[in-house]
Design a protein around this ligand. Sequence first.
Ligand code: SAM
Length: 275
Amino acid sequence: MGIWFTEKQTANFGITAKVNKILVALKTDFQDLEMLNTEEWGNMLVLDDMVMTTEKDEFVYHEMVAHVPLFTHPNPKRVLVVGGGDGGVIREILKHKSVEKATLVDIDGKVIEYSKKFLPSIAGSLDDPRVEVLIDDGFMYIAKSEREFDVILVDSTEPVGPAVNLFSQGFYAGISRALKDDGIFVAQTDNPWFKADLIHQVFHDVKNIFPVTKLYTANIPTYPSGLWTFTMGSKIHNPLKVKEERFTEIETKYYTPELHFASFALPKFVKELTE
Ligand code: SAM
């Protein structure tokens, strides 16, 4: 039978993956951290029993959380990632030549340490000269920032434990202050099957602050329900009005200019969460 890792996505439903080897299993100052070698998905980072990223399907999430806002902004130079300790979002940000500096603020240095060791294809860009890595609470870091960033990406864990403050209206107000006058922010906002209330709440909190507020989706097989959402708050630029010439050539496996626009077309039961 061997070892199987099961993520209970609700009290009554979950997914399970065959584990070839437990590479790391420890309790950090903030969360339970496991790195598992799985038969289907390669190495898998698990925090507090929730799948964070896997070698096989990580590109979907990291490309979609990064390239939709970065191509919506006309000339992103300063980018901030809150969370994102596995390094995947940073890798995608650096594909944009306009970016001069990308700052990553993750509360848990152990996530960065073990991602570098066991997820080199994902964490490999964290040592790039354009990258600044800070170990800090993203909520506190944002509270000290003022009109500094063109794009802010919130790549945090679920709104429990250390990330609970990262889904509050106060945090989104802080993000607005930390952004420049034409800044854009995107937060991962979970799935509409099991977290509809969260999506509805966050969307309306963001809409109270940002003139342009949109929801878009992507298919992520190892995340709860597989249908994942991202909430964008933008001070000026509209993601649906990006001109064709803005889409410079970058290497991707999921994101395309066509999908940039199509990802905002929502199933009816999801669109209703934004009304
Ligand atoms: N893509 C994943 C998802 O959508 O669930 C998230 C991956 S990333 C590893 C999540 C990161 O958020 C973790 O490294 C965790 O340490 C970090 N995090 C949680 N709360 C935080 C906080 N308050 N400030 C900064 N980072 C935080």
